[in-house]
Design a protein around this ligand. Structure first.
Ligand SMILES: O=c1ccn([C@@H]2O[C@H](COP(=O)(O)OP(=O)(O)O[C@H]3O[C@H](CO)[C@@H](O)[C@H](O)[C@H]3O)[C@@H](O)[C@H]2O)c(=O)[nH]1
Ligand SMILES: [Mn+2]
Length: 848
């Protein structure tokens, strides 16, 4: 930082008088780069590593003791949320496998509930979930019996390693073979679902069409023939009408209108273990194996024209409410449909933090995102290890990692918008409510000890005032009543009142057998379109609306209240998911992320407006998240500088004097040392670090730039931003695993990087030919310019490779266009600044 400071001062005070424009442009860029670099570095000042001890958790919660003589698990309830939106982009088989991995995970069955949110309201997804629920009867006990890992059947049966290693062979070989056969049949059933649904519905449509045609024929000839319009409908297997959308929602998954649907696919299990038998009709022998399954619920919130459904955030909020009524787990695990549980102990790992002393101030435990199916060289830095093993672990030493949308275990009451317990002691006495408006809100959990009471903002009003709750949470009484229960159940054991008073911790649960028709009806009412009207859902409560990166804002709002979060890196990956390996899909993904950041920047969730409860370095980290897309503008300019310098024969400094070179050397050496340090500390490879640098430039000059423009359009013209889903591969096509990598799909995001590549290549060519034909060739000078051009090109290499496809299948027009643009720019250049013959060569650009 110090060297950068001196360097910038020197740069500013030594303008290049022969090319002030070049000097000015470069200095402005350098100032911005320094600023953004500092934003990036400061939050890394106190990195930490954490470890958990699952045995201690077991000892405290699942071992007989005076308070718990039977040793029955005292662990709190967890509701797992899985979101899916479009069965075409998110294959139901993938979602089904995720569900199976959750149902089979190692957590007390009666404390676990799984909710699938289907934003598409698609019958296909519904039926696939029903199939998964039925296959779980075989899969889950099998996993328990033989300690299977991972508990996602698709991944398990595709494991490359020997399945019989470290296993007691006798039973296992037989069981595995049988379950595998069952799984194959399950897969066939899932894959044939689209056809059978279509056949079912087509038969109906054919009948309807015939009817309509007959009616039309009866009309007189001179009447205009109307287009035959049949209201499309989908039919369930039992012959009833599916209240969701047509077979698959339209590409615009966010808009498929349909009723709210809740279906309990697996009922809440009994409280006591239920062992299987050696009954021959069972697929495998289940003597002494607990065959209970966790509760599984299919939820598709209502969608109607004229309502803003708020994308994923809206879907999650519907689940928060429905689950509060149906199972009210004190904790919520959020997973995308393609992120499955890879480590069956993962939830316990998270619980170690939540249930530890002081754990009641933790709003969420974020796990790193890990990916499968990525090309070995990770061309587009999909693994994102620099972020997940560097930045996120560093943030853990501050107030905690940001929430990244999946693989995150929440404390339910933190999502409800309460302040953390004991927040008064920690707040500085400065106005700690968010943005100056001191809203009065009731202290909620009236039945809690005073110093623990959770607050909405720092209300002066300490009394209980339940009448305000409907204003925030809407008017479901079941929902409101469930809130203090969730708070109570989520308390760390150390100060758990039940331990103090000898009360069984389960005493406050809503009995699961109450899950009757009226409960489900209430749950359906809270997923209706209008439920959130005039409430604070999405504003202060639940997932926060207004950004396509709902995750970052949602986490931000919790940190802003003084909650802290934990980053939990487990030895065996907790969860694994997929990522887009296709260049275009990847660009669109980072475009969405960057757009979300710009949205945040221009909203009241800009970190500059953070409350005093947010730690300074944490605030800088969030500021960086909101600001990074803006770097793209400067990056774009800087990528053209080497070319401009080769064209003009000028450079960003007047003379390459010793001071400049020494600064350059020190900065370069320091940055290299820093990179090595970070790589060593985070345990990633230098290769991965370099991929990250490359993609930073690729994304920076394409997607981030577009994001800034989109964001500005939203602010200025109110143009809405849509959530473009990332396609998940089915994992079915074994013939070519990475075919996606080579597919070239045109997107206008590619234009800026292509132009940069072209201009720099032409510049190198121009530079070389000029040097060759000049009277006194100055090779050393050429070397300088060419080096920086190459530096830019090296960063863009993966991009160029992506454009080439596998056998150069890029439409030639792409090259023609970019060539054209590049030539026009060079010609323009010559027109503005005509080369002055040999004079120019002997110009001002000289080595010392
Ligand atoms: O209207 C919508 C849109 C999306 N989703 C779900 O959101 C998840 C994430 O979508 P995806 O296309 O996979 O986005 P990614 O870029 O892969 O996801 C990252 O970034 C998103 C924010 O941009 C977060 O929501 C994700 O959790 C995070 O994994 C998926 O499960 C979708 O089904 C919905 O439920 N409803
Ligand atoms: Mn995803």
């Amino acid at each position: 930082m110090v060297v950068l400071g001196f360097f910038l001062t020197w740069r500013i005070s030594n303008p290049n008088k022969d090319a002030v424009w070049l000097w000015g442009m470069s200095v402005v860029c350098e100032i911005w780069f320094t600023f953004s670099w500092i934003l990036d570095q400061l939050p890394k000042l106190c990195p930490v590593n954490r470890a958990t001890d699952l045995n201690v958790l077991k000892e405290k919660f699942e071992t007989p003791n005076p308070n718990n003589p039977t040793g029955k698990s005292d662990l709190p309830g967890i509701d797992v949320f899985v979101s899916t939106a479009d069965p075409e982009k998110e294959p139901p088989l993938v979602t089904a496998n995720t569900i199976l991995s959750i149902l089979a995970s190692d957590y007390p069955v009666e404390k676990l509930a799984c909710y699938v949110s289907d934003d598409g309201g698609a019958l296909l997804t519904f039926e696939a979930m029903a199939e998964a629920a039925s296959f779980a009867n075989i899969w889950v006990p099998f996993c328990r019996k033989h300690n299977i890992e991972p508990r996602n059947p698709e991944s398990y049966f595709n494991l490359k390693k020997d399945p019989y290693k470290n296993k007691v062979l006798s039973d296992f070989v037989k069981d595995r073979r049988r379950v595998k056969r069952e799984y194959d049949e399950f897969k066939v059933r899932i894959n044939s679902l689209p056809d059978s649904i279509r056949r079912r519905s087509d038969a109906y449509h054919a009948r309807e069409e015939l009817k309509a045609m007959r009616e039309q024929r009866q009309k007189k000839d001179d009447e205009p023939v109307e287009a035959i319009k049949i209201k499309k409908a989908t039919w369930m297997a039992d012959g009833t009408h599916w209240p969701g959308t047509w077979l698959s929602p339209t590409a615009d998954h966010a808009k498929g209108d349909h009723a709210g649907i809740i279906q309990v696919m697996l009922k809440p299990p009994s409280d006591e273990p239920l062992c299987g038998t050696s009954d021959d009709s069972k697929v495998i022998d289940l003597t002494d194996v607990d065959i209970r399954l966790p509760m599984l619920v299919y939820v598709s919130r209502e969608k109607r024209p004229g309502y803003d459904h708020n994308k994923k955030a809206g879907a999650m909020n519907a689940l928060v409410r429905a689950s509060a009524i149906m199972s009210n787990g004190a904790f919520i695990l959020n997973l995308d449909c393609d992120h499955y549980i890879y480590n069956s102990q993962a939830m316990r790992e998270g619980m170690c933090f939540m249930m530890d002393r002081g754990g009641d101030r933790i709003c969420y435990v974020q796990f790193p995102q890990r990916f499968e199916g990525i090309d070995p060289s990770d061309r587009y830095a999909n693994r994102n290890t620099v972020f997940f093993d560097g930045n996120m672990r560093a943030l853990d030493g501050l107030q905690g990692p940001v929430y990244v949308g999946t693989g995150c275990l929440f404390r339910r009451v933190a999502l409800y918008g309460f302040d953390p317990p004991r927040s008064k002691e920690h707040s500085s006495g400065f106005c700690s409510c968010c943005f100056g408006q001191r809203k009065k809100h009731a202290t909620f959990a009236n039945n809690l000890e005073e110093n623990r009471a959770l607050r909405m903002s720092d209300s002066d009003d300490e009394g209980m005032n339940l009448s305000l709750a409907p204003k925030m949470f809407g008017n479901s009484n079941l929902l409101i009543d469930s809130i203090p229960v969730a708070e109570f159940q989520g308390r760390p054991l150390a100060d758990h009142p039940s331990v103090k008073n000898g009360r069984p911790p389960g005493a406050l649960t809503i009995p699961r057998d109450l899950l009757d028709a009226s409960t489900v009806a209430e749950a359906i009412s809270v997923i209706s379109c209008w439920y959130e009207e005039k409430t604070e859902w999405g504003q202060r409560v639940g997932w926060i609306y207004g950004s396509v990166t709902e995750d970052v804002v949602t986490g931000y709002r919790m940190h802003n209240r003084g909650w802290k979060s934990i980053y939990c890196v487990t030895k065996r990956d907790a969860f694994r998911g997929t990522a887009p390996i296709n260049l275009t899909d990847r660009l669109h993904q980072v475009l969405r992320w960057a757009t979300g950041s710009v949205e945040i920047f221009f909203s009241r969730n800009n970190a500059l407006l953070a409350s005093s409860r947010m730690k300074v370095l944490q605030r800088i980290a969030y500021l960086n998240v909101g600001i990074y897309p803006f770097t793209s503008a400067f990056l774009l300019v800087y990528c053209f500088l080497p070319a401009l310098s080769l064209f003009s024969g000028q450079f960003i400094v007047q003379t390459l004097n010793v001071t400049f070179l020494v600064y350059l050397l020190i900065i370069t050496v320091t940055l290299c040392a820093l990179a090595v340090l970070e790589v060593k500390w985070s345990g990633i490879e230098l290769e991965e670090w370099w991929r990250n640098e490359q993609f930073w430039l690729i994304g920076g000059t394409s997607a981030h730039l577009a994001a800034v423009i989109q964001g500005l359009l939203k602010v200025i013209a109110g143009v809405e931003i849509s959530f473009t889903l990332t396609s998940k591969s089915g994992g079915d096509d074994d013939d070519d695993e990475f075919a996606d990598l080579y597919e070239v799909k045109w997107t206008s995001l590619m234009i800026p990087p292509i132009v940069i590549i072209m201009v720099n290549m032409i510049a190198i060519a121009v530079g070389i030919s000029r040097t060759i034909y000049s009277v006194i060739p100055q090779w050393s000078r050429l070397l300088g310019g060419v080096f920086f051009s190459f530096w830019v090109l090296a960063h863009l290499y993966p991009f160029a490779k992506g454009l080439m496809g596998r056998r150069g299948r890029t439409p030639t027009i792409v090259f023609v266009w970019s060539g054209l643009i590049a030539i026009i720019i060079s010609l323009l250049w010559v027109a503005i600044n005509p080369p002055a013959g040999s004079n120019q060569i002997g110009g001002s650009f000289q080595f010392p």
